[in-house]
Design a protein around this ligand. Structure first.
Ligand SMILES: Nc1ncnc2c1ncn2[C@@H]1O[C@H](COP(=O)(O)OP(=O)(O)OP(=O)(O)O)[C@@H](O)[C@H]1O
Ligand SMILES: [Mg+2]
Length: 310
């Protein structure tokens, strides 16, 4: 079983309006409600792949209850720890020129709630082959929250995949996660290097490995991704740039990586799967969903090359 951790989930609301006018009434022509947060996107993609997955994290209030119901609608197994505060909502208003996003700050998590989650996580991770930790940390949690969870997962014999940013990534590295998956901007911010090319990303990835990550997979938008391990550096790329919605493409890549390391696949295979499923997520309109026809069609055209000298 793969366990996904979402400490700061959200209820994603998307309103479509003909035109967003400030200080005026705008009639909404379409409303979409989705469970949100990177760990939940990963869980949904794994579920659609047919991989056994359990989603955990923190949920609170009536918004948390709605997220629970939506996960049940989507047949995603879950076991969340309750918190007093209300789970956040992220509101996206879409009109012709683009989208406007309103993100609630999210709940404050108390020390007692965090301690209760740690006890739950310890039990769940004992039966997990792989644990995926993805997304931002809610207010009130220490910046080394992911490091604590990674240590616990490793003590329980699980592999770990970390997809985080900023301080949560920095601290998480110290616990030696099996894989970290920064995108180009996150890798640049973590290393202070500017990432212009796949080789540049490979050099920056080496710094993250020196800081503790066993393998670094860095996603580079439509240029695909690089994989940096102790033995090799690979660059996998899709045959062309696809049109669609790239939000959540990285989460689909994380799902494929977690799936691959769980079954002990080689890195060339895992990188190919990650590129196929993330392209399939670009084509699907909603984060957490993938178009299986796209994954199947582009898979034979994905190239994987060894990067020299890194
Ligand atoms: N336009 C595109 N066409 C084909 N594949 C794409 C495109 N954009 C992204 N991808 C694939 O998706 C993967 C992840 O993309 P990206 O680097 O944007 O992730 P991300 O920023 O972590 O996304 P998110 O956090 O929103 O899930 C890339 O490695 C690539 O394989
Ligand atoms: Mg990402």
């Amino acid at each position: 079983m793969i366990l996904t951790v979402t400490l700061n989930p959200a209820l994603d609301l998307t309103y479509t309006v003909p035109e967003l006018k400030r200080h005026a009434v705008c009639r909404v022509s379409d409303v979409r409600v989705q469970p949100g947060g990177k760990g939940l996107n990963v869980a949904r993609v794994l579920r659609s792949m047919g991989t056994p997955v359990l989603a955990t994290g923190l949920l609170g209030g009536s918004t948390g209850e709605q997220v629970r119901c939506l996960l049940e609608d989507k047949a995603v197994l879950h076991r969340f720890a309750p918190i007093e505060g209300d789970t956040r909502r992220t509101v996206v208003v879409a009109d012709k020129p683009g989208v406007t996003s309103l993100w609630e700050p999210g709940p404050m998590v108390t020390d007692k709630e965090w301690a209760a989650f740690l006890a739950l996580f310890n039990g769940l991770s004992a039966s997990a082959a792989t644990v995926v930790l993805a997304g931002s940390l809610p207010q009130g949690l220490p910046p080394d929250a992911y490091a604590t969870l990674i240590d616990m997962a490793h003590a329980n014999g699980a592999l770990t995949v970390l997809d985080a940013d900023g301080l949560a990534l920095r601290h998480g590295l110290k616990a030696g996660p099996a894989v970290v998956k920064p995108n180009a901007a996150e890798l640049a911010a973590a290393t202070g290097l500017s990432i212009e090319t796949p080789s540049g990303a490979a050099q920056a990835a080496q710094l993250l490995r020196a800081d503790g990550a066993r393998t670094v997979v860095s996603s580079l938008g439509s240029s695909g991704l690089i994989v940096s391990t102790t033995e090799q550096t690979l660059h996998a790329r899709p045959p062309r740039s696809l049109n669609g919605n790239p939000t959540g493409a990285g989460d689909a890549a994380v799902a494929a990586i977690a799936n691959g390391i769980t079954r002990g696949a080689g890195w060339s295979d895992i990188a190919t799967d990650a590129v196929a499923f993330s392209a399939a997520a670009v084509v699907a309109s909603t984060a957490g969903e993938v178009c299986f026809d796209t994954a199947r069609d582009i898979r034979p055209h994905i190239t994987v090359n060894q990067l020299p000298g890194v």
